[in-house]
Write a protein that binds this ligand. Structure first.
Ligand SMILES: Nc1ncnc2c1ncn2[C@@H]1O[C@H](COP(=O)(O)OP(=O)(O)OP(=O)(O)O)[C@@H](O)[C@H]1O
Ligand SMILES: [Mg+2]
Length: 167
């Protein structure tokens, strides 16, 4: 299994109250599988995706990603997995507002040490693939909603990740 979660819990502690967002989730996803997670608003989809993508940790339960126990990894190791293995399209896109589409897509490549020249080239090609070759120098607020979403998709694809999570 590429993704193997057993009896996963997530509790958000708000002081006065607690929100039980995940209550004993078991998920197994094999390599090359294409899976859709469906459920009503507020049912815990983003919470689960964030944990799968190593952006958040469960309150309880075990998560094994590619034969590695995620609970036992330190921050640097998690950051490396996020950068190399996982492309994440956020529900609200999370683009940098002051950066152009091109720069937003280049970002993951900056963190893995690709040279400036290569970065521009790869980011440009990826933006062209999502049909935004003519909007590369626009900032997020100069793009339509669907165009912003495609910038977010391009950013998730640019590192050639082995897992794509699209919320
Ligand atoms: N940071 C947080 N602190 C406290 N409660 C939270 C937090 N994030 C989410 N929740 C709560 O956890 C539950 C699950 O939220 P989540 O965002 O995972 O839902 P979702 O299935 O993605 O919903 P949607 O379809 O609307 O995006 C909700 O009841 C939400 O109010
Ligand atoms: Mg959500």
């Amino acid at each position: 299994m590429l993704i193997d979660m057993k009896s996963l819990y997530k509790v958000y502690d708000l002081g006065e109250t607690e929100v039980f967002a995940l209550n004993g989730v078991d998920v197994q996803i094999a390599k090359n599988e294409y899976v859709a997670i469906m459920g009503p608003s507020g049912s815990g989809k983003s919470t689960l995706m964030n944990i799968i993508g190593c952006l958040d940790v469960p309150s309880n339960g075990e998560y094994v990603l590619n034969a590695q126990k995620v609970n036992e990894l330190v921050d640097d190791e998690l950051a490396e997995i996020r950068n190399k293995e996982i492309g994440f399209v956020f529900q609200t896109f999370n683009l940098l507002p002051r950066a152009t589409a091109l720069h937003n897509v280049e970002l993951p490549l900056i963190y893995n040490g690709t040279t400036r020249q290569e970065r521009k080239e790869i980011a440009k090609n990826t933006l062209e693939k999502v049909g935004l070759g003519d909007r590369m120098h626009h900032k997020p607020n100069e793009l339509s909603g669907g165009q912003r979403q495609r910038v977010a998709v391009a950013r998730a694809l640019v590192n050639n990740p082995s897992i794509i999570l699209a919320d």
